[in-house]
Design a protein around this ligand. Structure first.
Ligand SMILES: Cc1cc2nc3c(=O)[nH]c(=O)nc-3n(C[C@H](O)[C@H](O)[C@H](O)COP(=O)(O)O)c2cc1C
Length: 306
């Protein structure tokens, strides 16, 4: 009898309508969660279906076709001429082959390339003329690029205040990179090079060249222009830049300031379509400059003749 009255007087029985409503709300919430999950899995499935059909190497293209649909569907009847090429070429002209060569041929070029070393200590007093830097960047601009999109921007910094600001941004991030973000194997692999988060070369070197990749460009009508293989194209241009700097008797260092891209892009007021790829201090090596005694792979290790 006591149990019965306890049951009849319980909160649950007295407020059964509220309890039922709460249960219904929980059930509805679970149903919504289930549907959302289902949708997510469908999307993942669709994505993995798409990934399976990715062309070999397509991940490097860096073009965004989302607005136009990613694939040419078998039943796509859109005529090809409804797409207008971004590149305007009026005609093709005769080409006489490579007519400008080095007197010493590729051996001489090898000597020049092999003489390049990564320099992390610069003379702050010897300042190369800006024209030399301009010539080197002009050489870099001859690089081939995906669909001739020329997706590069070279920012040349000589202003001491901006260099100081860049150094502060990079050293702050690099301190965290070395201490927390980089894998311990990574920092261990760097010890022979004696690199750390302190980077005097960022203020000592007379010039800093910040190389940006343009992940897309703009058409004259303001629409986005695809920049295919933009990172590969900019890397090739930087390779040519390194060789040109070497030919000019200048030293440099390829650096990849981890996690600094956004801050540096904003500092230089570069647009959103530009992403920092590399930063090169450029100048003359300091008198007391040392470099690690590295060996390069032999030809037989890297070349296979078929
Ligand atoms: C993609 C790339 C990223 C690099 N990043 C850095 C860097 O952040 N800091 C640095 O001191 N050196 C950097 N280096 C320089 C390498 O450590 C250097 O090229 C390598 O040790 C070989 O030495 P060498 O350039 O004197 O032949 C980088 C080089 C490349 C190609």
């Amino acid at each position: 009898m006591e149990l019965n009255s306890l049951f009849l007087n319980s909160w649950l029985v007295k407020n059964w309508k509220i309890a039922l409503a709460a249960l219904l709300v929980i059930a509805l919430a679970n149903f919504v969660r289930y549907i959302t999950k289902l949708q997510r899995y469908t999307k993942i499935f669709e994505f993995s279906k798409h990934r399976k059909t990715l062309l070999d190497g397509e991940e490097y293209v860096g073009a965004d076709f989302n607005s136009k649909g990613n694939k040419r569907a078998p039943d796509d009847t859109t005529p090809n001429n409804s797409y207008v090429p971004a590149l305007k070429v009026d005609k093709h002209v005769p080409f006489n082959g490579a007519t400008v060569t080095l007197p010493g041929g590729p051996k001489q070029f090898y000597e020049l390339a092999n003489n390049r070393r990564s320099v992390r200590s610069y003379s702050a007093k010897r300042i190369p003329p800006l024209e030399l830097i301009e010539e080197c960047i002009r050489a870099a601009s001859t690089a081939p690029s995906g669909a001739h999109t020329e997706p590069w921007t070279f920012c040349v910094i000589s202003d001491p205040n901006i260099k100081q600001h860049i150094r502060e941004i990079i050293e702050t991030e690099e301190e965290m990179n070395y201490a927390q973000r980089m894998h311990r194997q990574w920092t261990a692999d760097l010890t022979p090079l004696r690199t750390n988060h302190i980077k005097p070369y960022l203020t000592d070197a007379p010039y800093l060249i910040l190389v940006f990749k343009q992940i897309y460009g703009y058409l004259p009508n303001g629409e986005r222009k695809q920049h295919y293989y933009n990172e590969i194209s900019v890397a090739i241009a930087t390779g040519i830049l390194l060789c040109a700097l070497q030919a000019a008797g200048l030293n440099s260092l390829v650096t990849t300031p981890l996690n600094c891209g956004l801050a540096l892009r904003k500092l230089l007021a570069r647009p959103e379509n530009e992403k920092l790829l590399l930063l090169l201090p450029v100048g003359y090596a300091a008198d007391d400059c040392v470099v690690p005694d590295l060996k390069r792979k032999a030809l037989k290790e890297i070349m296979h003749l078929y």
